[in-house]
Design a protein around this ligand. Structure first.
Ligand code: HEM
Length: 302
């Protein structure tokens, strides 16, 4: 599984339970400072599943509660927000984010070997444009994490979310089915999300996120422009190093030398990688930032 999941999982443990719990956790799973997870790498699924079991023993919280909280955290924390900016800034609501994530996860699997994205299917509800069904199929059966991520998607865009899991792989069903309704906080909630939805449906409401400041929007536009230019100079195979990408940008845009600064180009490459559009050699033996190569991932659906 992708390193971003491992890094944010440990960040969640530290922020939720404290850094001494994280130190204890790392000791129990035999993780030293030198093999702490990196967002640029891919790790075995078992490492996460074993880690969740250890965290459950240490915190006395059950596994599903931890995964649900972590799923919410995954969508809202600063690192995902930064690295997955390219995806998250394309939409303005939880429903649209969910609808985008099936293809987006599949695209991510083109960018790193060892990624096995969850399969999502979508269903409409009759007579309620705010409602939807999400069908989830994954050998990992991380439906609690998914539940939290759905709540996080609503919170991220300042919406209230009603969500209930109606069928579950862990109870022997073929897939997990979630009935979901995203509502603007000013809309009164008059009925259950869908006919037959359990009355125990969880409702979460997060803080209203503030509108992005104009300078933030301007910054995002500049980052988007640079990411597009970086993508344009990358080859289909073989790859270029960071400094080679810089050289090509400088040659193409002699008047925009500032834009080709290493930090900015690296950030653009990271955004493209986390959207699944760029492959890196980060998991190859002997990889280091100086010799890491980048090339275009195959586009899903093209
Ligand atoms: C509401 C939106 C999202 C939902 C519901 C969601 C859901 C999930 C779930 C349930 C998994 C666990 C994998 C499995 O079940 O097999 C997962 C994995 C993952 N998600 Fe998302 N996700 C969302 C948004 C994002 C975003 C914005 C990113 C940013 C790039 C992202 C990146 C990933 C990555 C890298 C993995 C690991 C895949 C692997 O290594 O196999 N997700 N996601």
């Amino acid at each position: 599984m992708h390193g971003l999941v491992f890094v944010t999982w440990e960040k969640y443990l530290a922020e939720r339970f404290g850094t001494s719990l994280l130190a204890d956790y790392r000791q129990r799973i035999g993780e030293s400072a030198s093999d702490a997870p990196l967002a640029s790498r891919v790790y075995e699924d078992e490492r996460l599943l074993a880690g969740v079991a250890v965290a459950s023993r240490l915190t006395r919280a059950d596994v599903d509660t931890l995964l649900l909280e972590y799923g919410r955290y995954f969508i809202l924390n600063g690192l995902t927000s930064r690295l997955c900016m390219y995806l998250l800034n394309q939409v303005h609501g939880g429903r649209d984010l969910l609808l985008m994530m099936s293809q987006a996860h599949e695209q991510m699997s083109q960018a790193s070997e060892g990624i096995r994205p969850p399969l999502f299917g979508y269903g409409e509800t009759t007579g309620d444009p705010t409602g939807m069904y999400l069908y989830y199929d994954s050998p990992r059966k991380l439906c609690s994490l998914l539940h939290g991520a759905i709540e996080g998607a609503g919170i991220r865009y300042g919406e209230r979310v009603l969500v209930s899991e109606q069928t579950c792989m862990k109870r022997g069903d073929a897939v997990c089915t979630f009935a979901i309704r995203f509502v603007h906080p000013s809309t009164p909630l008059v009925s259950s999300p869908h006919p037959g939805a359990p009355t125990t449906a969880r409702m979460s409401q997060g803080p209203m996120p503030s509108q992005p400041a104009p300078e933030q929007e301007g910054r995002w536009e500049a980052q988007h422009w640079l990411a597009d230019q970086v993508y344009a100079v990358l080859p289909e195979a073989g790859g270029l190093t960071l400094s080679e990408v810089q050289e090509m940008l400088r040659a193409r845009f002699p008047d925009a030398v500032e834009a080709a600064r290493p930090f900015l180009v690296l950030e653009a490459l990271n955004h493209l990688h986390h959207a699944g559009w760029v492959v890196t050699s980060a998991n190859e033996p002997g990889d280091a930032l100086g010799n890491r190569r980048y090339w275009r991932a195959q586009r899903v659906g093209s």
